[in-house]
Design a protein around this ligand. Structure first.
Ligand SMILES: *[C@@H]1O[C@H](CO)[C@@H](O)[C@H](O)[C@H]1NC(C)=O
Ligand SMILES: *[C@@H]1O[C@H](CO)[C@@H](O)[C@H](O)[C@H]1NC(C)=O
Ligand SMILES: *[C@@H]1O[C@H](CO)[C@@H](O)[C@H](O)[C@H]1NC(C)=O
Ligand SMILES: *[C@@H]1O[C@H](CO)[C@@H](O)[C@H](O)[C@H]1NC(C)=O
Ligand SMILES: *[C@@H]1O[C@H](CO)[C@@H](O)[C@H](O)[C@H]1NC(C)=O
Ligand SMILES: *[C@@H]1O[C@H](CO)[C@@H](O)[C@H](O)[C@H]1NC(C)=O
Ligand SMILES: *[C@@H]1O[C@H](CO)[C@@H](O)[C@H](O)[C@H]1NC(C)=O
Ligand SMILES: *[C@@H]1O[C@H](CO)[C@@H](O)[C@H](O)[C@H]1NC(C)=O
Ligand SMILES: *[C@@H]1O[C@H](CO)[C@@H](O)[C@H](O)[C@H]1NC(C)=O
Ligand SMILES: *[C@@H]1O[C@H](CO)[C@@H](O)[C@H](O)[C@H]1NC(C)=O
Length: 478
């Protein structure tokens, strides 16, 4: 700076036009440096947020020889840190700022995995490092390939009291390689999820970003008491097959709130096992609240139930959900062979912005693990409640298609007002559905439903519950 100043002083003595240019150049140069500093500070803030001690015993990953250069494998450091936490009966593991490449590892009970600001855990994208595990008992099958499946990057079984949190650090599955191999049929086994906790309880996941999972992103399986709060989940909107955001699977007592999800498949998909395997395992997903969540899904739906729901799904509340620029808002999907039930489902205050099909119930989602399923195992779909639906840019607001063998019973729509983009007459589409609409409903409901006014007085009783409104499949499978 001093030299620059002297230089400017000297140039001033010439009192010439070029010296003015030099001055302008110098000022520009200084501004550029100031701007660059500010930009760097935004990316690597000089004062990192200090990491709180959330457990009595705290370790740093670097204490175990980890190197955050994005190239060195740190599997050993993670394993040694976690086995030390296990030996000591619990503790916190801090993952500091840096890029920590690793193969899959297992968590332990009473542990907190804390991801500092700018900490990135990178899953190695070479399947030879990923252990194979037996199929999930309620699937009887890897899910996309028969036989064993790859485990998850961050895994846990039979655990209690596990916390994954931080200052919005990231866990990345580096899924690109996996998606490409999957498309080219180069994988012999089902891809692994990013984070999977099985047979565990008291799970808390918050303030982290999960991205680019090889397969489903966050998969709590047969767990109880799970809270997922303020989590960002990202994957490309297309070309990232099966990258569901969160898959609560045979889980009980779960809250998902304040999350942002933008992925290549369902944002959230509540499940409970597949056909005969799920029926035999018989563990439902129940008592689940999803609220204040924003989702984008160009391939599938914001929030789904199914299609694997053979252990049953009940008592689900979805409220204050925003689905934007997506293919579908919410969807319940099942088929003959599933058995089980979907009941006591409440959707409250749904906002749909530029969504092709708003609400979908589909009963012919014929995807089965093998030929051993029982075609007479018919799922029950009943007691589905929609209360407060807003939005704009919707093509088909409602498509509820029950069938002769799987009718949809006791559906209630209350207070629905959405802007539509498709000027066809029957865009509120129903078949084999019984239920009612209450209060203001726009666009006008299908004739399969009873009509009540705002005070709950019956205005018109439906006569034809089983007729279908025009089947409109011209925009592809829904
Ligand atoms: C972990 O690192 C932080 C700063 O990076 C330091 O203050 C703290 O003492 C370290 N803790 C342990 C247990 O090494
Ligand atoms: C994690 O634990 C499970 C169950 O013990 C085991 O099958 C799996 O191989 C372990 N994963 C790793 C990466 O060690
Ligand atoms: C969500 O997490 C971010 C990043 O860690 C934090 O700044 C913010 O306060 C959190 N918001 C809520 C509602 O907890
Ligand atoms: C957390 O990080 C993700 C991805 O980097 C970002 O999109 C999100 O806005 C961040 N959340 C907060 C609360 O800062
Ligand atoms: C998949 O299986 C085939 C035949 O069994 C084998 O040749 C190939 O190496 C396997 N590929 C991988 C990625 O394991
Ligand atoms: C649920 O888990 C949290 C920890 O994530 C724990 O603090 C809480 O006591 C548990 N609640 C029940 C009812 O088990
Ligand atoms: C339904 O789930 C909510 C929230 O988890 C819970 O408070 C309520 O008791 C459950 N209702 C029934 C009937 O189990
Ligand atoms: C409805 O949900 C939106 C977010 O999608 C939220 O902004 C709004 O406050 C909610 N309305 C009520 C009455 O809770
Ligand atoms: C219909 O469903 C509602 C919940 O949406 C429930 O309160 C009511 O009892 C059900 N009615 C019948 C007849 O099952
Ligand atoms: C509609 O079909 C269902 C199941 O097939 C049957 O139980 C019901 O009685 C039928 N309703 C009417 C009004 O025809």
């Amino acid at each position: 700076m001093a030299e620059l100043f002297q230089f400017l002083q000297r140039s001033r003595n010439y009192k010439s036009v070029p010296s003015l240019l030099v001055l302008i150049w110098a000022v520009g140069f200084i501004l550029l440096i100031v701007w660059q500093r500010a930009a760097v500070d935004r990316i690597w803030p000089s004062n990192h947020r200090p990491i709180p001690n959330l457990r009595p015993l705290v370790f740093n990953l670097t204490d175990f020889g980890a190197i955050g250069d994005g190239k060195t494998m740190n599997t050993n450091a993670f394993e040694r840190a976690i086995s030390e936490i296990h030996r000591r009966g619990g503790g916190q593991l801090n993952v500091e700022a840096g890029r920590w490449l690793t193969a899959p590892f297992n968590l332990t009970s009473h542990m907190t995995l804390f991801l500092a600001q700018n900490a990135v855990i990178l899953g190695i994208d070479d399947e030879n490092y990923w252990p194979l595990m037996p199929p999930l008992p309620s699937y009887g099958y890897g899910r996309e390939r028969a036989g064993p499946r790859y485990g998850s990057l961050i895994h846990g079984q039979n655990l209690r009291d596990v916390v994954i949190t931080g200052h919005n650090g990231t866990i990345s599955g580096q899924g690109q390689t996996w998606w490409t191999k999957y498309r080219k049929h180069l994988l012999n086994h089902t891809r692994g999820p990013l984070v999977q906790l099985m047979w565990s309880r008291d799970i808390h996941i918050s303030e982290v970003t999960l991205r680019d999972s090889p397969f489903w992103t966050l998969h709590p399986y047969d767990c109880q008491n799970v809270t997922i709060r303020n989590v960002t989940i990202l994957a490309p909107l297309s070309g990232a097959p099966n990258t569901d955001g969160i898959d609560p699977d045979s889980c009980e007592n779960m809250v998902i709130e304040d999350c942002y999800i933008s992925v290549g498949d369902d944002g959230i998909a509540i499940k409970s096992g597949w056909d005969q395997y799920g029926i035999a395992y018989a563990r439902p997903s129940t008592n689940i609240i999803i609220r204040n969540v924003i989702v984008r899904s160009m391939i599938s739906a914001g929030v789904s139930i199914g299609s694997e729901m053979s252990g049953g799904v009940s008592n689900i509340t979805v409220e204050n959900l925003l689905v934007w620029n997506s293919k579908r808002g919410i969807r319940i999907k099942t088929s003959a062979g599933r058995g089980g039930y979907v009941r006591q489902i409440t959707y409250r205050n749904l906002t749909l912005e530029n969504v092709r099909v708003g609400i979908v119930i589909k009963t012919d989602y014929n995807e089965h693990p093998d030929t051993g399923y029982d075609p007479n195992a018919l799922p029950i779909i009943e007691d589905i409640n929609f209360d407060g639906i807003r939005g704009q840019g919707i093509r088909i607001p409602v498509r509820v298609y029950g069938s002769q063998e799987i009718p949809v019973r006791n559906v209630t729509f209350r207070d629905m007002l959405v802007g539509i983009t498709y000027k066809k007459k029957r865009i509120f589409q129903c078949s084999f559905v019984q239920g009612r609409v209450i209060g203001k409903i726009f666009p006008s409901p299908c004739e399969n439903l009873d009509v009540y006014d705002e005070e709950g007085r019956l205005i018109r009783k439906s006569v034809f519950q089983n007729t279908s409104t025009d089947v409109d499949y011209d925009q592809g499978e829904v």
